[in-house]
Design a protein around this ligand. Structure first.
Ligand code: PLP
Length: 391
């Protein structure tokens, strides 16, 4: 359906023109808006049920940035399982004090996506929109997974992509990016340095920069994770989610999905899901800002974590992440790499191949439970954002 863009900070509205990036007035991220009042929620719910999972995340196309008659660039991303962690798994989860087995705990297993991570959803949406709008080449800075994913979706669209990676990114990431035809440039520094290099390249060549939140469509792809969760729970929103937060697209997307479902009158409880961000102790700008009561986060100096997806010292959408955490009544916690790694291994023993970022969510749930923030019987969803093999 038709859509327009709205600044997440100053609220300025603009047409969804080709190559739309940041708000021209305040340089903050733009969000996609649909005229939801024109849609019949009950009819949509039926259509989405009927379509089933074969169309992946694009089965929600009525609230995705696709106009009448347009087709997406897709590899079947989405439609990942929502796996309950049963009582027997709870035993293996160890630490009986944490009492996780009293929760209705689920894992949204995003490792099943075409390139092994949830990045595929965002990049399918971003590459789709950009290709339809006439973009002819792409660039992205990446901690790893986004680069592989961009290279793959650009290849699918028949377009070239360049990926800037920190020099210490695991070698598998570089190989997989090249295998998908991506052009790799390694940067001595962090993701923020890669971002600066990507922007210089974009200015020089006209390549379209699909950096996190520098264009509005990756969030749209990511929001489908929450649409799927709500559908899998019988059109009921979870009580809480625990999300491994770097740039925050998935968290902001989940928050946006719930607001859209609420506006459509579809899911029960969509206004009451608490959102919890988990970050690494060695790079926790959002956790610090949440605890200090700041509206924006300060840059985290000298970030150190082997959860590469969480090694984001400054997020462009920090104010949106913090707003989502506070408005939802959620919060933010930091875990050590060791806790995250051990928890990823526990998920492995429950048959779920988890990246360290996915493991961080289980470690965080345990911490939240100890702090009394997750109550007995609550439906809590952990996001395993990537397969263990991605690194
Ligand atoms: C596996 C993994 N988990 C989590 C994240 C953080 O994602 P977001 O940008 O949605 O906060 C990333 C980002 O690179 C990632 O690769």
């Amino acid at each position: 359906m038709s859509f327009y863009l709205e600044c997440g900070k100053c609220g300025r509205r603009m047409e969804a023109v080709s190559g739309a990036a940041l708000c021209p007035a305040c340089a903050k991220p733009l969000l996609v808006r649909y005229d939801l009042s024109r849609l019949d929620g009950a009819a949509l719910q039926e259509i989405w049920e009927r379509r089933g999972c074969d169309e992946g995340m694009w089965r929600f196309r009525e609230i995705l940035p696709l106009r009448e008659g347009e087709e997406p660039v897709t590899l079947g991303e989405g439609a990942t399982p929502l796996l309950p962690l049963g009582r027997s798994d709870a035993g293996r989860r160890g630490d009986p004090d944490a009492g996780l087995d009293e929760l209705a705990l689920y894992v949204k297993d995003e490792g099943r996506n075409p390139t092994g991570s949830f990045k595929d959803r965002g990049l399918s949406a971003a590459v789709t929109r950009a290709a339809l709008d006439g973009v002819t080449r792409f660039v992205v800075p990446s901690a790893g997974n986004a680069g592989v994913s961009l290279a793959t979706y650009a290849a699918r669209a028949g377009l070239p992509a360049r990926v800037y990676l920190p020099v210490d990114t695991p070698v598998q990431v570089e190989r997989r990016t090249r295998a998908a035809g991506g052009e790799v440039r390694q940067v001595e520094g962090l993701i923020t340095d890669c971002g600066a290099a990507a922007r210089r390249y974009a200015r020089r060549t006209g390549a379209f920069d699909v950096s996190t939140l520098r264009e509005p469509y990756r969030i749209e792809g990511k929001k489908t994770m929450m649409l799927e969760i709500v559908q899998a729970l019988g059109w009921r929103a979870p009580d809480a989610i625990v999300y491994p937060t770097g740039g925050g697209t998935g968290l902001i997307g989940s928050w946006k999905a719930l607001a859209e479902l609420e506006a459509l009158g579809i899911a029960t409880g969509s206004g009451s899901t608490r959102m919890y961000a988990v970050q690494a102790e060695g790079c926790a700008p959002i956790v610090r800002a949440f605890r200090e009561g700041w509206a924006e986060a300060e840059v985290w100096e000298e970030p150190e974590t082997s959860a590469y997806g969480l090694r984001v010292p400054a997020a462009l959408g920090d104010f949106l992440i913090l707003r989502a955490l506070r408005e939802s009544g959620g919060g933010a916690v930091a875990v050590t790499d060791e806790e995250a790694r051990l928890a990823a291994a526990e998920l492995g023993r429950a048959g779920i191949s988890a990246s360290i970022e996915g493991g961080a969510t289980l470690a965080a749930a345990r911490q939240l439970r100890k702090e009394g923030l997750l109550a007995d019987g609550e439906v809590v969803v952990l996001f395993n954002t990537a397969h263990a093999l991605v690194y």
